[in-house]
Design a protein around this ligand. Sequence first.
Ligand code: G3P
Ligand code: MG
Length: 251
Amino acid sequence: SSPDAYEEISPVIAHRGASGHAPENTRAAIELAARQGARWAEVDVTISADGIAVIHHDADLKRCSDGDGLVIQKRLAELKQLDVGSWFAEQYRGEQILTLSELLVLANHLELGLNLEIKPTIGREPETVWAIHKALQQVHFEQPLLLSSFSIHALQSARRHMPHITRALNVEAIPADWQHRLEEADCAGLHFAKEFFDAAQVSAIREAGYHMLVFTVNDADTAQRLLQAGVDGVFTDLPQVLEQALGNARG
Ligand code: G3P
Ligand code: MG
């Protein structure tokens, strides 16, 4: 991992992998993102009952698997029994929940930069960060790496255990006290929702020396506008669309 992941960031980051065309946060979605030309992917990281870092967005298993209940109440062996592909399309039946270690090996192989979004269950922030730390000790990750979270507690924990990995604060709307919030967890970047884009705020944040990424942007015009306004990149479910529109313009 690099001292500042933003130096190597791509303007196009595959959101949960190529999640518009493959089941989010799975091996299939990550591989498709790479095939579609993405150089970076964002995934959501949480923990199993036995404290293993796994890739899943919701706390609950209902939406994105053939099971139900909470991820944090199932051991990895139970999670591995679930099918996380067929809810999206029959052709993806057989996809299994990825551990973070498996994802790191895959992204090394595909040469993909990773934004690990820490999605801890409230109260389990330190364990979630510790599980990420353990996975990164197990697998030497050779690509740029960026940690982010909506949870200040998780970011502070990350700062303690993995101070050398670049951190970003996730928010929906840009808070009025953004500078204070970024300083609280010593973050290099702010990631916010496109609905809350504000040109003056973006200029001020940039002038203060912070980086910005915006979620979730699935059309090229919006992406262009945001990049011109000074954000570093966008998260997209459709990396192919944005890579085609923006990729060639890269210096
Ligand atoms: O990390 C950016 C974005 O993924 C945050 O929202 O709900 O898609 O994880 P969400
Ligand atoms: Mg996310």
